[in-house]
Design a protein around this ligand. Structure first.
Ligand SMILES: NC(=O)c1ccc[n+]([C@@H]2O[C@H](COP(=O)([O-])OP(=O)(O)OC[C@H]3O[C@@H](n4cnc5c(N)ncnc54)[C@H](OP(=O)(O)O)[C@@H]3O)[C@@H](O)[C@H]2O)c1
Length: 227
């Protein structure tokens, strides 16, 4: 029987999602990488036939159910919802507009969790299901100027704990993953890590932790964070 593993990376057009796609391919995985409808991967990725690209917008439920039908059941060893947004100038709760708050919460909480719930049937019984969290969601980290963004990652962590509790009788490992501060369009050029280091570390963490079951809040160095 083939031990070839298959991952679905949601939000892979650029930044960490593209880096995760490359790191998984380098580690021998098959990868289904999603971009938003009308978009594409921002770089050409050599994969030797191990990469396919699909279209999904986490804020468009029809694109989620359509991909769910194409993948089928029990196919994925890893479902990784990387897609996320932030507002460039911070998003303090005292001044944020309704539309900006809705945009951050829908994109970072409702959309990713819809993907997790809809595609849970697509994962194997010992798969990993990861979302991209942030160390800012840890109670060890002091509040900052990104109130709505940080609140969105705290909410995402809570909802992952909830889905993990409802699947506690399975060997699926749910992971709230922390990439560090990474040089991407979101992280900016002052960030401390390059995408290759962060994404490579996340793939190693997932490979080390997959199959243990339960729920983890863990970073790219495989260190656990306090909720
Ligand atoms: N960079 C950091 O330092 C850092 C730190 C902690 C956590 N994170 C988290 O890591 C994840 C990736 O961040 P990044 O730094 O790589 O950001 P990025 O460079 O801005 O990339 C964001 C990715 O998410 C996709 N995306 C956004 N909204 C989407 C939607 N509605 N449906 C599908 N895809 C969508 C984007 O697609 P388009 O190209 O179509 O916009 C893009 O591929 C995010 O969840 C972020 O919160 C980042």
């Amino acid at each position: 029987m083939s031990d070839q593993k298959t991952a679905l990376v949601v939000g892979a057009s650029r930044g960490l999602g593209l880096g995760l796609t490359k790191a998984l391919l380098a580690a021998g995985w098959n990868v289904i990488a999603t971009v938003r409808p009308g978009s594409s991967l921002k770089e050409t990725v050599e994969s030797g036939g191990k990469l396919s690209v699909e279209h999904l917008d986490v804020n468009d439920p029809a694109t989620i159910s359509s991909l769910k039908q194409r993948i089928g059941t029990g196919k994925l060893d890893l479902l990784f919802v990387n897609a996320g947004v932030s507002l460039p100038d911070g998003d303090q709760i005292a001044t944020i507009s309704d539309s900006d708050f809705d945009y951050v919460m829908r994109s970072n909480v409702l959309g990713p969790m819809r993907v997790v719930h809809q595609l849970l049937a697509a994962v194997k019984s010992d798969a990993a299901v990861g979302v991209m969290s942030s160390d800012w969601a840890s109670s060890d980290v002091a509040p900052n100027d990104w109130d709505a963004y940080t609140a969105s990652k705290v909410a995402l962590n809570y909802l992952m704990r909830s889905v993990a509790a409802n699947n506690a009788d399975t060997a699926v490992t749910f992971m709230c993953l922390v990439p560090g501060w990474v040089k991407t369009d979101m992280g900016g050029s002052d960030a401390s890590l390059d995408v290759k280091t962060a994404a490579g570390g996340l793939v190693k963490t997932i490979e080390a932790r997959r199959g243990t079951g339960g729920i983890l809040f863990v970073d790219y160095k495989n260190d656990e964070l306090r909720w």
